[in-house]
Design a protein around this ligand. Sequence first.
Ligand SMILES: Cc1cc2nc3c(=O)[nH]c(=O)nc-3n(C[C@H](O)[C@H](O)[C@H](O)COP(=O)(O)OP(=O)(O)OC[C@H]3O[C@@H](n4cnc5c(N)ncnc54)[C@H](O)[C@@H]3O)c2cc1C
Length: 287
Amino acid sequence: MIPAQFDYIAAKNLDEALQLLAQHKDNAKILAGGHSLIPAMKLRLMQPGVLIDISKIKDLAYIREEGGQVRIGAMTTHYQIESSDLLRRVCPLLTDAAPHLGDVQVRNKGTLGGSLAHADPAADWPAPILALGAEMVVSGAKGERVIKAEEFFVDLLTTALQPGEILREIRFAVSKGKAGQSYVKFRHPASGFAVVGVAVSLTKDAADKCQSASVGITGVAAKAYKATGVENALKGAALDDKSLRAAAAHAADGVTVNSDLFASAEYRKHLAEIYTRRALEQAASRA
Ligand SMILES: Cc1cc2nc3c(=O)[nH]c(=O)nc-3n(C[C@H](O)[C@H](O)[C@H](O)COP(=O)(O)OP(=O)(O)OC[C@H]3O[C@@H](n4cnc5c(N)ncnc54)[C@H](O)[C@@H]3O)c2cc1C
């Protein structure tokens, strides 16, 4: 459990971090909270020659609401999200989800950007970030680009981030009208990560039928995904027990379901359907 030797550089600002990344290329890794990277280095699953620490860059940690959008800096910790009064008011999905991550130590150091960039298939954040239809603002040597959450998660531990790029900000629109959100999770009893985690953000129309529904699921497949089968089944539907059950049955449509010693594919698919129904019920009751 001792990592291979590496150099450590604390970047003073984003420009310096980008320059260092360009200089050291594949030999370097960004260090955010270190709660995924350092364990991986201790297990020698990763052996970067240089760590570029971005945790001293204070202007990468913020939560703001501007012009109907919420903007969260990539270095914002899980605890800062959990304890944000602004988010509790405008996006309770995130304050609901945050306490599900690890323990107090993990939440104090681990960051939203680090979790999303790591793209662990059992991480919690990807599900709410997908359900919110968020956009990732990414900085690189050629400037900035924006990646939709749906396109950001590419595969197991793989994102659309290119070499030399740093995730700078996560942003999404504030829900309007009769809106309800929910995150529910079946924790792995040993690791605490998501065997299944389901995030829902929906709105009701004037007749209390489903106007829009967005569902993100983590833990079930190699990468977190939008459950479009569930979303399509809900459009215009009454949010009653029958239609929520029918929609939830589509939770694992079109994905190859993970199977491991703890949960077979069949069991995990069953959990995905049950937890999707629960998240839909909770979101509908809050809208
Ligand atoms: C005991 C324990 C329990 C945990 N339980 C859970 C859990 O229940 N649920 C859960 O979701 N997570 C859990 N985690 C993981 C935790 O949430 C991590 O904090 C998170 O996955 C990584 O964030 P970090 O800031 O620590 O990133 P780091 O570990 O510093 O970085 C992770 C990876 O992302 C890259 N990176 C980091 N920031 C950026 C950026 N801004 N731009 C580009 N690349 C970047 C790094 O180079 C590295 O490859 C747990 C961790 C531990 C140690």
